[in-house]
Design a protein around this ligand. Structure first.
Ligand code: IPE
Ligand code: IPE
Ligand code: MG
Length: 267
């Protein structure tokens, strides 16, 4: 397995923060997924337009990415825009698309410097042309980076991803490349947009909502779930530490039993 390279920076004192004492460095998640929710409510609480919440949310994302990278988390996958978010008012959708463009353009150099490998997951075809160009550039220019794998789910929907995987497998069967009976979980997972990452170990949802909202339906099968009332723009180092402490307190069983509780019983 390739050893990940931790973030480097021209200003290490500012950018590198060690793993906090409360956390066990050996039990950090390999893959962290986040449903970044509550931007609109954050803005409303301050009497601001909803879109100001999205702008503030970018700062929370930058902090989270940097900390995850510094603490050796291998992959961070965030939900930025769902297939259902097109149903919001046009003004908000347009603002979000412009925000993605501006942030990507502004942050690309730092992503490169910090060895982040960025990918965009979802149906990118309906995105504005300028954004598509920036996505292509950022993906290509960071593809060889050895640091954290940063997946930005953009026009992403779990159901659509599963339907597309089924279509691809069906086409391979029709072409005679694959026997239907040989389609197993590995073959299916290989057609998903996250094929290069392990499944998330932990999923965080901010703003107190207790639902998945069409996010990573296959990949979250055994993820631990952390729900916090914190609104996404307020999500900071302390909130991330609390989520990771919660994760590290869990006993993951994957349907089995813990070693100490598996005794032999006579039937
Ligand atoms: C999440 O915040 C960001 C996106 C879905 C793009 P929301 O915009 O959903 O904020 P709330 O849930 O309305 O507060
Ligand atoms: C989920 O949040 C999508 C993103 C965070 C991008 P939503 O705010 O769209 O989800 P619902 O409507 O509360 O389920
Ligand atoms: Mg929301």
């Amino acid at each position: 397995m390739v050893k990940r390279q931790l973030a480097i920076s021209s200003d290490p004192a500012k950018l590198i923060s060690p793993i906090p004492m409360q956390l066990d460095p050996v039990r950090m998640p390999d893959h962290l997924a986040i449903i970044m929710d509550g931007n609109g409510r954050w803005a409303k609480k301050r009497g601001l337009p909803r879109v100001m919440g999205h702008k503030a949310g970018v700062e929370a994302l930058k902090t989270t990415l940097r900390l995850a990278s510094n603490w050796g988390i291998g992959a961070l996958t965030v939900y930025a825009f769902s297939t259902e978010n097109w149903s919001r008012p046009g003004e908000e959708v347009n603002f979000l698309m412009s925000l993605f463009e501006n942030v990507l353009q502004r942050e690309l150099n730092l992503l490169k410097l910090e060895q982040v490998k960025i990918s965009f997951i979802g149906d990118l075809s309906p995105l504005p042309i300028r954004l598509k160009g920036l996505i292509k550039e950022a993906t290509e220019q960071t593809s060889a980076n050895k640091g954290i794998h940063f997946n930005v789910c953009t026009n992403y929907g779990g159901r659509r991803e599963l339907v597309l995987a089924a279509q691809k497998l069906a086409k391979r069967c029709i072409n005679g490349e694959l026997e239907p009976d040989l389609i197993d979980e590995n073959a299916f997972a290989a057609e998903l947009l996250t094929a290069n990452d392990v499944d998330p170990d932990l999923v965080i949802r901010t703003s107190g909502e207790r639902r998945i909202s069409n996010f990573l339906l296959w990949q979250l099968a055994y993820a631990e779930i952390h729900i916090t009332e914190t609104l996404w723009p307020d999500f900071n180092e302390n909130a991330l530490i609390q989520a990771l402490i919660d994760y590290q307190s869990r006993r993951r069983r994957f349907g089995g039993l813990e070693a100490e509780s598996s005794k032999h019983y006579e039937i």
